[in-house]
Design a protein around this ligand. Structure first.
Ligand code: 5GP
Length: 354
């Protein structure tokens, strides 16, 4: 099998995917067409921007998110995107998906609870149609302030005792513009979240921010790091940060195309996957925003394999490290591990020599 086909066949685990950033062009065009039918004249320019620009500066990406959010501002659209995104990951042979999204309150359209209920209902429906297990992380947007974070945690707590959604909500994510706000202000919220039993995935050192990153890591609240680009000293981090991450053995969610397209990493061969792989540190390959960065999890595996000359065994280990880092109970992890291992065994020896 050629490398890309082989990556498509791998049984994969996706742990870092933002719902609204994961929309395929097909889904976006479907939603734009629905907006047009409702007589929304904004849609023509949005369509133009979506289909005709593919640069990825931070400003452009923020603009992309504004457009994406404006076409997903109603519950029908939220249901559609959730089902489409899950179906697309399942078609890419993703066995387990942790999808993250920011609950949104849009006056006269939806409350945070309605938004999240709709995502969860759609996830349940999508799982019935495909062989994929999905869990949800509620995202705290660091640009929206601490009050908003408390209300997101309050909503997450409401699901703890829910008979269906209780097992689907597995944790919280902290994301949003890394230049906005200070993560240290959010530590009391994260402390309370941990007390309630939520696992925490935090975007850290996505841009150079040593003081903030060290304070958050020293809190001992983080279960997984999103990006972690500026941690080791070669990339502008520090020995101290590197040591803390090693000591806590915190898995890193690595988003190759996202980092390269946004320019936080100089080029493919400078990606920090190379550094952490040499250290044998737990890493998981993820898409971040497969729609915005025009990628898929298979393509991310392919790019990493090509850049770092990964062997078949290393690709298999990467699939299994996704299982190890999942926010699942030990029993569920064991079940997932068996399923993934079985498919990996059937692929052994099938990768053509690179
Ligand atoms: P949503 O939470 O609306 O489903 O997904 C889009 C949101 O995810 C963005 O508005 C942003 O807050 C967050 N997001 C997506 N990609 C990134 C990223 O690469 N870094 C950070 N820090 N946040 C992101």
């Amino acid at each position: 099998m050629e490398l890309l086909d082989y990556c498509r066949s791998l049984p994969k685990v996706e742990l870092h995917a933002h719902l609204n950033g994961s929309l395929s062009d097909a889904t976006v065009l479907k939603l734009l067409s629905a907006k047009k039918q409702q007589g929304d004249d904004f849609s023509a320019s949005a369509e133009h921007t979506h289909t005709h620009t593919h640069t990825h500066t931070h400003t452009h990406t923020l603009r992309m998110f504004r457009i994406l959010h404006s076409i997903t501002d109603n519950l029908d659209a939220v249901r559609t995107i959730t089902q489409d995104v899950i179906q697309e990951f399942a078609s890419d042979n993703v066995k387990y998906l942790e999808l993250r999204t920011t609950p949104k309150n849009i006056p006269n359209k939806m409350t945070k609870k309605e938004y999240m209920d709709t995502v969860l209902e759609a996830a349940v429906e999508a799982m019935k149609k495909s062989n994929i297990r999905v869990c949800l992380l509620l995202s705290i947007d660091r640009a929206r302030g601490v009050e908003d974070a408390w209300s997101t945690l309050q909503l997450a707590k409401e699901y703890l005792t829910h008979d269906v959604f209780g097992s689907l909500v597995c944790g919280l994510d902290v994301s949003g513009n890394p230049h906005s706000g200070d993560l240290k202000d959010y530590l009391p919220v994260l402390q309370e979240a941990q007390k309630c039993g939520f696992k925490l995935a935090v975007h850290l050192a996505e841009v150079s921010s040593n003081t903030e990153t060290l304070a958050v890591l020293n809190s001992g609240l983080v279960d997984r790091i999103g990006h972690g680009t500026f941690i080791h000293s070669d990339t502008g981090g520090s020995e101290e940060l590197h040591t803390v991450v090693r000591k806590q053995n915190l898995p890193l969610e690595l988003c190759f195309s996202s980092n390269i397209k946004l320019g936080t990493v100089k080029n493919a061969s400078h990606h920090h996957l190379g550094f952490w792989k040499k250290e044998n540190h737990p890493v998981v390959i993820c898409t971040d925003d497969k729609g915005v960065f025009a990628t898929s999890l298979s393509e991310e595996f392919f790019l990493c394999a090509q850049t770092f000359h990964l062997t078949e065994g290393e690709l298999h280990s990467l699939c299994l490290s996704g299982v190890d880092a999942a926010f699942l109970s030990q029993v569920e992890k064991q079940r997932l591990r068996q399923e993934v291992q079985k498919e990996l065994d059937s692929l052994k020896g099938k990768l053509a020599c690179q």
